[in-house]
Design a protein around this ligand. Structure first.
Ligand SMILES: *[C@@H]1O[C@H](CO)[C@@H](O)[C@H](O)[C@H]1NC(C)=O
Ligand SMILES: *[C@@H]1O[C@H](CO)[C@@H](O)[C@H](O)[C@H]1NC(C)=O
Ligand SMILES: *[C@@H]1O[C@H](CO)[C@@H](O)[C@H](O)[C@H]1NC(C)=O
Length: 274
């Protein structure tokens, strides 16, 4: 059973558009980074433009030195970041980028303020993916970094060796046009919610009830496999609205309501509206 969660990230702000089920095993993340902002950032600040996949609990786990997902990096390309810290803020990174203008893939090593391209290859076909998903994988071990398409280990498109390898703990993605990444995860919501005050989420509701305190509303949501968050209003009746996954969610400022989004694993991977 595949259960999905959609997260939209623009300049690394998460927007939840939909989610299905309590045991989410796939997230769909949309990214969009302004290329000029990204290009003008200093090397040690590039990570700001990446969405970290690590908090969602990747399958296979990063400890296996490989990651794999379906991507549609958009018609302008994008990058995958491997970093020596789970939050991508570490000093050492590999960047695997798809430059759609120049029809190439390159692997760069970033360290502190330095960025060195380790390898470049011309691969037009990988970039004809504007309107389709491609399964891709990245492997790394003892300084050997490889990228390919299809099942893990097959169709290697680029590989290189870094003389100063580091241990990878974080994976991030970015794109310079709307990019979509479908990632297998092993996520079990643990009961945390993150608050978006004075925000109301318009979407399909599972139920509406009157709850004296917010915690009761949260526990109603926690009990439901299909609840991805709730709208809560202090006072009044019918003040607890459970939000159903699998639907597009839109939000609006609202002086009465607060939106609470379910978090996966712990507080680090919350399904925010925006
Ligand atoms: C670059 O980033 C800044 C700050 O986040 C933002 O205000 C600006 O709109 C961005 N530039 C473009 C061209 O989107
Ligand atoms: C990154 O480098 C800076 C300056 O060299 C150092 O202070 C910091 O501890 C390093 N961070 C990590 C995570 O190694
Ligand atoms: C992953 O890479 C590290 C560092 O190169 C290595 O110590 C470890 O054994 C590797 N793990 C696997 C599962 O290959």
């Amino acid at each position: 059973m595949t259960k999905k969660c959609f997260i939209v990230t623009f300049e690394c702000v998460y927007i939840l558009t939909a989610v299905l089920g309590n045991r989410i095993d796939e997230i769909v993340i949309e990214t969009l980074t302004n290329r000029d902002n990204y290009s003008s950032a200093s090397v040690h600040d590039k990570y700001i433009y990446y969405t970290s996949l690590t908090p969602f609990g990747l399958v296979p786990p990063i400890s296996e030195n490989v990651t794999s997902f379906e991507m549609n990096a958009g018609c302008q390309g994008g990058c995958i970041l491997l970093n020596d810290a789970a939050n991508l803020e570490g000093n050492n990174s590999y960047e695997i980028c798809f430059n759609a203008f120049h029809f190439l893939i390159y692997i760069a090593r970033m360290s502190g303020d330095d960025s060195v391209v380790l390898k470049t290859v011309d691969i037009p076909e990988i970039l004809t993916i504007c309107d389709d998903y491609t399964q891709v994988w990245v492997r790394w071990k003892d300084g050997v970094i490889g990228f390919g398409t299809g099942s893990i280990g097959l169709n290697e498109k680029i590989t290189t060796t870094d003389s100063k390898p580091f241990r990878v703990y974080g994976v991030g993605v970015t794109s310079f046009y709307l990019g979509v990444w479908r990632v297998n995860i092993k996520a079990i919501p643990t009961g945390y919610y993150c608050a978006m005050t004075y925000t109301y989420c318009y979407t399909q509701l599972l139920s509406v009830s009157t709850q004296k305190i917010k915690t009761y509303c949260a526990s109603e949501c926690q009990k439901s496999n299909d609840c991805v968050g709730f709208n809560y209003r202090y006072g009044g009746s019918m003040n607890c609205e459970l939000i159903e996954g699998g639907n597009i969610i839109e939000t609006e400022d609202d002086y009465e309501w607060h939106y609470y989004a379910k978090c996966l694993q712990d507080k680090t991977a919350c399904l925010k509206c925006r």
